[in-house]
Design a protein around this ligand. Sequence first.
Ligand code: AMP
Length: 203
Amino acid sequence: MNIIIFGPPGAGKGTQSKFIVKKYNLYQLSTGELLRKEIANKSKLGSEISSIINVGELVSDDIVSNLIEGFITDDNFKNRMIFDGYPRNLNQAKNLDFLLKKYNQKIDIVLKLSVSLETIKKRILERQSQEQRADDNQEIAIKRYKTYEESTEPVLEYYKKSNLLNVVNGEQTIDEISKEISGIIDRIKGWQSIIRQYKYAVT
Ligand code: AMP
């Protein structure tokens, strides 16, 4: 099963992705982490990426697409990916569909962690003292939230139309959110198994 997790910066996408990875034996594909690795390599591309990330804007679709394609084409990750931070705009969503189709896969579940700007500001402040990410300060957090609203929120409509979207209340505690997410994944896995058995029975 392939999952996408959406949410504004500080919504807990990374934390919940790690929980899902462990519980369901999936692979977390975080474009933010891949980009930060590229920056740590101190390459020319890395410095280009860092100047964009540090102002809270989106890195170009081509750069991100090149980073994820290697995973989608890798059999080790086939049908066991959780996309954390990708897609972030409509163009990326269409590109993801195209790539998945090309390699005989699809998205099974879309999760959205819904969190208010007030909560985000509080969480970013807490995270700032723990992780020291260059793009984690109040001003950039607000910019990243706005980028999310403008570019990423419209992508949710795209998945809503395909009946894949599940909205989770991201204001809850980490454990409560994990529990709600598990409930959604188990329910959908259950349905998929019934459909598989039915298809098997009629063929
Ligand atoms: P994240 O770790 O997901 O919060 O991402 C950190 C930053 O990396 C974002 O604010 C963007 O600047 C950049 N980034 C991550 N994923 C993408 C993406 N799919 N497309 C463009 N930029 C991205």
